[in-house]
Write a protein that binds this ligand. Structure first.
Ligand code: ROI
Length: 169
């Protein structure tokens, strides 16, 4: 079993409900256990500002699925929840599911970059993730999560919302 951390985000079509549905779908993946979920967070969009605020969360899974097969499954969940891939970079989306960390794996190919390439710069990724990790948590590439948090830009728009029903910590 590999310990996998997923970042969830949505800013269209009732984001809280999108994340609720996504967590349910994650809990139903084959060879996978949804162990814990963070609280939900709301923040202003990073990138183009003419789009709604985002709701974000993180989930901790244990899985026997291979990284690219898990990615296929996550993209199927995104599509099932109405995700449309548009040409516009950093545009609004009904659901974004990112593999942040996959055990001790370091991956960098055209489909998958793990640890996730942008996570160190995104408080709406790091804060939910930190709820699921021990204080001394070390990434596969040797970086300490505590150091990423310390050096991450402050986001004054970030608000912690409620904890979803699936939370088991
Ligand atoms: N901004 C916020 N606040 N949350 C996100 O999940 C998010 N995702 C994105 C971009 C468009 C970069 N901005 C975001 O993909």
């Amino acid at each position: 079993m590999e310990a996998v951390y997923i970042g969830l985000g949505s800013n269209l079509a009732d984001p809280v409900q999108q994340l609720d549905a996504a967590l349910k779908a994650l809990a139903q993946l084959p060879k996978t256990r949804l162990v814990a979920t963070s609280a939900y967070y709301s923040s202003a969009p990073l990138g183009p500002s003419d789009q709604p605020r985002y709701t974000n969360a993180a989930a901790y899974l244990e899985t026997d699925l291979a990284p690219h097969f898990l990615l296929d499954q996550l993209q199927a969940i995104e599509l099932n929840q109405g995700r449309q891939r548009k040409a516009e970079r950093w545009g609004p989306r009904t659901l974004d599911l990112d593999i942040l960390l996959f055990g001790q794996h370091i991956l960098d190919d055209e489909r998958l970059c793990v640890p996730h390439y942008h996570m160190h710069a995104r408080p709406f990724v790091l804060l939910p993730l930190a709820e699921l990790c021990p204080a001394d948590f070390q990434l596969a590439d040797g970086r300490l999560l505590a150091d990423l948090l310390k050096h991450c830009p402050v986001d004054p728009t970030l608000q912690r919302l409620h904890t979803p029903a699936f939370c088991t910590i």
